[in-house]
Write a protein that binds this ligand. Sequence first.
Ligand code: HEC
Length: 129
Amino acid sequence: MSGPALQSAHVDALARWIDALPRAKGYVPADPAAAERGRAIFDDPTVGCATCHAGERMTNNATVDVQTGGTFQVPSLLGLGARAPYMHQGCAQTLADRFGFCGGGTAHGNTSGLAAGELADLIAYLDTL
Ligand code: HEC
């Protein structure tokens, strides 16, 4: 980012500081039942979201290619609702856009079999994270 090279002690201190920043709180869902159905879809192994966005921080920290034009580290999904736009180049203005033209291919979760209502439930859940 054009700055001077940092010493490793500085990198460690910065990483600790960044990790300690409070995260934005997820939104309280307008329809809690929809968000709950969305959670089940997210956790469904046939859809596959939770294989990469896994654990307490919702990332397995792997670097993978989900057909978005390169290999990228799996981002945490915590605080998602408060940080649009999405994807490495910011091509998704809304969470719904993540499931459109710029959200990657089938390697980025298998959502092609979801009905429109199920996709809306999944998005409602993502907004609460
Ligand atoms: C194979 C691992 C993998 C799977 C499976 C996966 N993701 Fe991702 N996800 C990624 C990676 C890597 C990125 C970053 C890609 C980029 O920015 O181009 C990402 C980005 C995202 C983003 C954007 C986050 C941001 O801050 O910009 C959202 C939202 C998301 N994934 C939701 C999901 C959902 C919902 C599913 C299930 C349908 C899913 N992902 C399945 C690896 C995965």
